[in-house]
Design a protein around this ligand. Sequence first.
Ligand code: AHN
Ligand code: ZN
Length: 328
Amino acid sequence: MKIRMFLLLATVAILAAACKTNNKSRESVEPYIAPVAVPNFNADSAYAFVQQQVDFGPRVPNTKQHVACGEFLASQLAKYGATVTNQYVELIAFDGTILKARNIIGSYQPENRKRILLFAHWDTRPWSDADPDEKNHHKPVLGANDGASGVGVLLEVARLIQQNAPALGIDIIFFDAEDYGAPRFHKGEHKDEYWCLGSQYWARNPHVANYNARFGILLDMVGGKEATFHKEAYSERYAKDINRKVWDKARALGYGKTFVDARTGGVTDDHWPVNEFARIPSIDIVPHDDVYSFGNFWHTVNDTMDNIDRTTLKAVGQTVLAVIYEEK
Ligand code: AHN
Ligand code: ZN
């Protein structure tokens, strides 16, 4: 008798519990939409990718360090499952020097017509012409921030894409010969066209015919200690809604101190030819403002790992990941 009573009570209790959960689920009328899983950006991994590039030494076009680092970058993209295309091209510098340049392109889901373009330059500047010490002006920049940081963040993005693909196809381009613009001590012409030679070439000769992408994001100098990013003027002109999308996402993720919701002047950078010639609305995440400028170590011999901060890499990398994974 006691056992029967127990079983009865137990049944009532189970039914009551089931009823309760049932009622609960009936209360929520909205259909359940699973949130997209945005991977966790590993800043230690990105930092290691920056270090690995710096370990080659300066990556100045026409040097063996440049060739070796190019091989490393292409093999990394292949290792993380991208379809790799190389554009080998001879580009003419401001002084007539022929640069043996290499744009390195890693594509995910190349058949997908919905695409996002992510890019950074991988070459480093042959002259530290902004160094306070004139004796350093003819020494190359090591480019931990100016070059390696953007590429390092994008290699980490590539690593994560291989583990868990976003809905859209992604192209990661490492542009060459961005930083070969005439040095300050050069007496001749100083045209903007002398910068961004690799991206100018690609924008006029994309790696696939009729290439298109929904939008583009350039990462330039995204590893500096205490760097802040403002909405750069050309990005605002060509791709205002993309700037808003990225800055709003950064703030939502808690990176509002790094991504300042204010404008700054135009920067001649790889997003200019991508906007102007390839007609892909593209923004530049670049630390440019009246206080920080490009950082006091920019184009000096102090652009070393000492000035690279994982916190900045994380803010940029996590924001870019959220933007690309949440795109439908
Ligand atoms: C100029 O100084 C004209 N443009 C900055 C683009 C740049 C140089 N990014 C990295 N190094
Ligand atoms: Zn530079």
